[in-house]
Write a protein that binds this ligand. Structure first.
Ligand code: GDP
Ligand code: MG
Length: 161
């Protein structure tokens, strides 16, 4: 039990989550935040920004050879994006589960994209796909001092210590 507690105290897994301009314009900010919050993940950074095209290209650099890259970057930089960092045990992988498959036609009902989006080019949310991308994306979107360290009152009820 003590070991479990220590393991949790050392656990600081973080992921980068962004509500894209379609999610913001459709009034889905609270809905998305609520799903991560109710699960038990902890919000440690949040801001609303309109990224430049250049910034969007940096964010999606691994997709630069894809035919939809230009349209995707135009879209991401077309309006406000809510950029967030969420923390918790397994948050990178489970965050992707909450989000659902890339193509909303294939996302399961109950997931964010499954419940709230219809086409792949307007799938409302981004989430890091692994530990390395999470680290890189958090560093791209946030300065270290924008990440807030705090103990949530709910933690002892979520993790049992
Ligand atoms: P994600 O990690 O689930 O967001 O998916 P990817 O990293 O593969 O792609 C990034 C984003 O590019 C997706 O969220 C979609 O908005 C967009 N995208 C991916 N595949 C396609 C596609 O085939 N067509 C179009 N138009 N957009 C795509
Ligand atoms: Mg991706």
């Amino acid at each position: 039990m003590l070991q479990e507690q220590e393991a949790h105290a050392a656990e600081l897994e973080r992921t980068f989550i962004a509500i894209k301009p379609d999610g913001v314009q459709r009034g889905l900010i609270a809905e998305v935040i609520s799903r991560f919050e109710r699960k038990g993940f902890k919000l440690v950074a949040i801001k609303i920004v309109v990224p430049s095209k250049d910034f969007a290209q940096k964010h999606y650099h691994d997709l630069k050879e894809r035919p939809f890259f230009n349209g995707l970057c135009d879209f991401l930089s077309s309006g406000p994006v809510v950029a967030m960092v969420w923390e918790g045990e397994g948050v990178i992988r489970y965050g992707r589960k909450l989000i659902g498959a890339t193509d909303p036609q294939k996302s399961e009902p109950g997931t964010i994209r499954g419940d709230l989006a219809v086409i792949v080019g307007r799938n409302i949310i981004h989430g890091s796909d692994g530990p390395e991308t999470a680290k890189d994306e958090i560093a791209l979107w946030f300065k270290p001092e924008e990440l807030v360290k705090y103990t949530s009152n709910a933690e002892k009820w979520i993790y049992g210590n």
